[in-house]
Ligand binder design. Structure first.
Ligand code: BES
Ligand code: ZN
Ligand code: ZN
Length: 508
């Protein structure tokens, strides 16, 4: 899909439909209608306005003599947020898509008070939400059913105000970065939605190698033999019950100076989580193909960061396994020696994510990292705690956590913090090994996941993002689809973008 800015004249736009965002405030609403009537030389019928008053969640399609006009409501101007712009845009482009048209002209939201920074943010937000809203995973339909495919091929952003031309540089930059981040998120969604007979550790590793050959980062893969040599037993033990061998994917992006410490991103790569011997119930198990959502998010962030050309060094670590029951499976009661030499009592084979992350987080210290951030679909308890509107963040460095919370608010790929107090430590003490992979009761399930990981991170600043609540959905929302959502990509890309900006302004 192409997205461009038409800065000269609306007359030059060749589109099948126009999409305008409208405020609910009476005066602004009327002004917008006047502008639309003038611009498109048409009259908007009274009866259409009985159904549409610019309220949030309202979207209407109007036909003039020659055009299709879609109006999408923003609510009251005093309550305007970037997220409301994203949602109104998403609803409008989805409406247009349902008409099976190819080209849509999309009005950039502009009230005269926005400055140039905000215009870049607005055009980026509208670009991202359009790309996310039009996402479809339709490759396995042999007959292309019209409702399953995306018809829109081109979005032309425009403004009714000539004054906006002075911000065209910022708007074009917003569109460019928005397209990079939107497409990177959709890539993570694709990886999540791929069934586990297509994406398993080896094929995921092959995919990332292939992707890197067209991008500005490099990839190294550790296979079973190499993992055995270096003692990555958390990864190897979880993988044992599956016919599919484990892989460990290492991504490297060198945008900073050679001697600069890297930002290390770790992603849980369980390509299917059956629970293993502690097997999960059948209902909903299919969604466990998205249990590599953290790994997929790391790949998405690498695509975005390398295309944005950030001046940072970034390392990605994705331990990949399939968690299956079988004659060779690891079992409750087993003791595993992790990569850093610590011993783990396995109480429940369904708490497998933390076992592979224990190895990956210990491995991260080899890079002397600036910070370590892990993303993992780690606990069902996080969904109970917060619902599917945000991920949960924990860690050992409050300033890193604050920066991630801020990036989450900017992108609406949000995180909210839970504590990692020492009080919780005894809940994962083991009678046979250094640590146990579950608590003795169901209390504090998400926190105990974090407490467990904390034992493997050492002294480096670290944040753990439990994306179980956000990485997969059972229903669609404005720009989030059913199934894999690609959560974490926008969050961590924005975080790194902010770091990059702070560093470059400190240099100047
Ligand atoms: N992959 C699951 C967590 C999950 C659940 C992600 C639902 C997305 C949706 C994880 O491996 C798991 O099974 N965790 C257990 C931990 C428990 C045994 C301590 C859980 O949440 O029940
Ligand atoms: Zn599990
Ligand atoms: Zn899992």
């Amino acid at each position: 899909m192409k997205i461009k800015f038409e800065k000269t004249s609306i007359k030059k736009i060749n589109s099948d439909a126009y999409l305008f965002l409208c405020f609910e405030d009476k005066k602004l609403f009327q002004e917008e209608l006047n502008i639309i009537s003038n611009l498109l030389k048409c009259k908007i019928s009274k009866v259409s306005l009985e159904d549409f008053k610019g309220k949030e969640n309202q979207t209407v399609l109007i036909y003039s003599e020659k055009q299709r006009i879609i109006l999408s409501g923003l609510g009251l101007s005093k309550d305007l947020t970037l997220e409301k712009i994203r949602r109104a845009t998403a609803r409008g482009v989805k409406k247009a898509n349902s008409l099976r048209i190819k080209r849509i002209a999309l009005e950039i939201l502009q009230d005269q008070t926005l400055d140039k920074v905000e215009m870049e943010d607005v055009s980026r937000a509208q670009t991202i939400s359009s790309i996310l809203a039009l996402y479809n995973f339709d490759k396995y339909y042999t007959k292309k059913q019209s409702k399953e495919t995306t018809s829109i091929k081109e979005i032309i952003l425009f403004s009714q105000y000539n004054s906006l031309a002075k911000y065209s540089k910022e708007i074009e930059s917003g569109i460019k970065t928005g397209a990079i981040i939107g497409n990177a998120t959709n890539l993570a969604r694709d990886l999540g939605n791929e069934p586990s007979n297509i994406i398993y550790p080896e094929s995921l590793a092959d995919f990332v190698v292939e992707k890197s050959s067209k991008s500005k980062y490099s990839v190294e893969i550790l296979d079973k033999k190499q993992l055995t040599e270096i003692g990555m037993n958390g990864v190897l033990e979880v993988a044992k019950g599956s016919k599919r061998e484990a892989r460990f994917i290492i991504l490297k992006y060198s945008g900073g100076a050679e001697n600069e410490k890297p930002y290390v991103l770790v992603g849980k790569g369980v390509t299917f989580d059956s629970g293993g011997i502690s097997i999960k119930p059948a209902a909903g198990m299919a969604l466990m193909k998205v249990d590599m959502g953290g790994g997929a998010a790391v790949v998405g962030v690498f695509e975005a960061v390398s295309k944005l050309g950030l001046n940072l060094n970034v390392i990605g670590l994705i331990p990949c396994v399939e968690n299956m029951p079988g004659g060779n499976s690891f079992k409750p009661g087993d003791v595993i020696k992790a990569y850093n030499g610590m011993t783990i009592e396995v109480d429940n084979t369904d708490a497998e994510g933390r076992l592979i992350l224990a190895d990956a987080l210990s491995y991260a210290s080899n890079y002397n990292p600036e910070v370590v951030i892990d993303m993992a679909t780690l606990t069902g308890a996080s969904i109970i705690a917060i619902g599917n509107v945000a991920s949960i963040i924990m860690g050992n460095d409050q300033s890193l956590i604050n920066d991630l919370i801020k990036a989450g608010m900017q992108t609406h790929d949000r995180v909210w913090q839970l504590p990692l107090w020492d009080d919780y430590d005894k809940m994962i003490d083991s009678e046979i090994a250094d640590v146990r992979n579950t608590g003795k009761t169901r209390q504090a399930g998400t926190i105990l996941g974090g407490m467990f990981l904390k034992r493997f991170i050492g002294k480096f600043p670290w944040a753990h993002i439990d994306i179980a609540a956000t990485a997969m959905r059972d229903s669609e929302s404005d720009y989030d689809p059913k199934n894999a959502t690609g959560s974490g990509v926008r969050l961590v890309t924005q975080f790194l973008k902010n770091v990059d900006m702070m560093r470059s302004s400190a240099k100047n």
